[in-house]
Each structure stands twice: as C-alpha cells, then as structure tokens.
Ligand binder design. Sequence first.
Ligand code: GAL
Length: 458
Amino acid sequence: MIKFSNDFVWGTATSSYQIEGAHNIDGKGPSIWDAFCTIPNRIKNGDNANEAIDHYHNYKEDVALLKSQGFTAYRFSISWSRIMPEGKGKINEEGIQFYNNLIDELLANDITPWVTLYHWDLPLALQMENDGWLNPDIACYFEAYAKVCFKHFGDRVKNWITLNEPWVVSILGYGQGVFAPGRVSNSEPYLVGHHLLLAHAHAVNLYKTEFAHQNGIIGITNNCDWREPLTDKPEDIEAAQRALLFFIGWFADPIYLGDYPKVMKDRLGDRLPKFTVDEKKLIKNSSDFFGLNHYTTMYAAQDDNKGVKSSVYGNGGISEDQDVLLTQDESWPLTEFNWAVVPWGCYKLLDWISKRYNNPDIYITENGFACDDKLENGKVNDTDRLDYYRQYLEACHKAIENGIKLKGYFAWSLFDNFEWASGYSIRFGINYIDYKTMERIPKASANWFKEAIKNKGW
Ligand code: GAL
C-alpha cells in the first residue's frame, strides 16, 4: 500500500477567471480574458466565463464540498481587476471583502489557502493603456497589487504563489496568440517572460522585507511537460535537454542558478533580454519552493528538417528557436485534450528538477486529466481520471522514496470549469458541473481522493 506522510499537502486548485463569474458586478473591472472572449472565433463555441460556475456567489457551498472531500489545502487565484478595477490606483473594497470571506470560510473549515496572485486575468486597463506585460513598468504595478494582497490577506494567508505559468502567458499569449491578449510574435514572448520574472522577484522582495513578520512562504508556479529523447542518439538526448531548458529552465534557471540557460542565450541573441547585475541578485533564490504544474510528456528529437515543426506546439517563439521535433508515442493513452498519459514522465521531471536545482521543496500545484465526462444515473464514473491520478501519485510517491522533496500535490481541478480557449467543452474537474442547473456532482475520482486523503494513502 502506498502511504504519504502526515504532513504531505493534499489540495485541489482553481483560478479566478475560470470559476468566479460575477464578471462585472460589485465594482470588478474587466480583465484581458473578459475582452478576449468577446472576439469571434477565439473560444470554442463562443463561450465565456461571465458567469462561469458562479463561485463568487457559491463559495460557501464550494468550500463545504472541499471539506467533505477531505482536502486540507485549496489553491485559488485572486482576480487582480476585482480588487483593483484598473490594475493600479483605486481599490475595490467589495472585491477585498469577497476574498476575505473566502479565506475566512476556508480557515473555519481547516483548509489552508494557497493563493496565486496572477493566473492570467490581467486588468484590461493595463493592457490597453500600458501594453500589459510588454511594458517594464508592469513589475511596479504587480508589486503594488501584491502589496494590497499581502496587506489585506497576509495575516491569514501564509502560502503565496506569485505567478501561474509564465511560460503560458508568454508563449500562448504573446507567441502563438491563442490565449489573451492574443498577440503573435517570435520575440515578444521573451520580453514578456523577462518582465514576468522581474514582477515575480519584486513581489517576493516586498514580501520578504515589508511583510517578513507575516512569516509565510512565497514562490512561483511553472509548468513543464517531460521531454523524453526519442532515441539514444546524442543529438536527440541534447534536443530533449534543450527543450526542457527552453521550457522550464527559461523561468527556473534565473531563480535557482542566477541567469537564463546558456542555450537560450546562444540561440536567441538579442531577442532574449539581459538581466542587470542587480536584477540577477533580486531574482536569484526568489522562490521558497518549486511550484510545478505538470500534465504530460512528449518525445523530443533533433529537428533537421527546418520548417517542419511539431503540430502540437506550432511556432511562435518555441519550435523554431529550438530545432526540436516533438511527438507522442502511439501506445500512450490520450486525454480528451490529446495530452498523453505518461506517469514515468512525471517521475523523470521531478528527478530532473531536483538534480538541476539542488533538491528544492517541490509542490505539484496542478496535475489532472481531461475527459468527456457524462452524467449517467446521477453519477459520473470517471475511472480513466482515477487511473491517471493513481498512476501519477504513484510516480510522486516513488520520487519521495528516492529523496526528492515533494511536499504536496494539488489536483486540477476542483470543478469542471471554463477551460480557456476550449471553453466549457473540456472537463478537468473532480466534481462535475451541470452547466444548466449549476449543480456540483462529485465524480468517482473525488470519492477516491476522499479515501486516499483519509488514510494518507491507498
Ligand atoms: C494549466 C492552467 C489551468 C488549467 C490547466 C488545464 O495550464 O494553469 O488554468 O487550464 O492548465 O488546461
């Protein structure tokens, strides 16, 4: 039987735009996702999260569900434009009140809040008036916003995540243009990534100085798939390594090793901004833990056929800079999102991170499985998802046994919710949402988690 230690953190995760709804009430300002969803053909079926699953009004019921399912930690994000409608300046007290209520409700139910400051929903005003993450000033705006959060919530919130997946913000938002703000470029992603890192570091510095008395921990969450060399040819091994460095090394190397990976500098030249000596100091060691969102694995091979690239990640600041061809193995089961189920990839990634970054505390802040769940006789029997969780948690357990300091795991996601460009067509939740009645219906996986957490194993 697999057992996790008593202090292992078990949680689920969500994000503000994907669940809150209430997009234009009680003083909330618009975000780039509110705007992006109004552009025709950007989101599957023309969906948006104006109402989403209306967590804003149902938070008590949602916390009760978390509690009933045995989770002792909950990762959610704050909507910047709910508490600062224009991204800077004026504070919206009703927004502050909402998060105060949510935090208090969690604590009253013995659930520890893990709060992400930025999960992609930038205040629209900062995009329109200041060019969003392209503008170096964004670091100051983010720091000021973080200050409002630390000040109002930091007496009770002791686990902070500055940014969710800067890679996605940079590549999907500014490289491929499939996520807000929908820009397409092969240089902007690197500038955006640079500003994201600086924003993160400024917020952490503020927390570690002005708010040190709050005695919490703060870090960043990066996403990464595993890249397995397609063959044991040296060029494929090197390609897989390069792909990892362009993926997670991009954001983790500056934090743990003090600068961007050499391979990125060599290949990108002037398109990769440079940190000043002071900036390097500010960024280095600016994460108390390694937040990791991990879902899948791909083979990586040296791409000699310049021009023919992965159909999965296309171009826009990723493939053409790396000369890596990504493929999947036909034998790997696929999720509804076409992400392959490869639990050993999770183990290998944890091992790689641990070795490269000197064995940091790691929290898996997202891991989950999309499938075409159907309600049958009032139940959802999501056995494939359950298998996924079981296998990935087995990989996590093996990592812990081998000395990797994995301290916690957050399942993505507590609910089915607005899955960005896929709208509501993709379901990741361990609780099913009936989008007509908004009823929350636990799936088999939720019940499995309940048992696993109760026994700290299964
Ligand atoms: C992550 C993201 C989540 C969720 C998940 C599944 O990249 O942080 O918001 O959408 O992927 O696609």
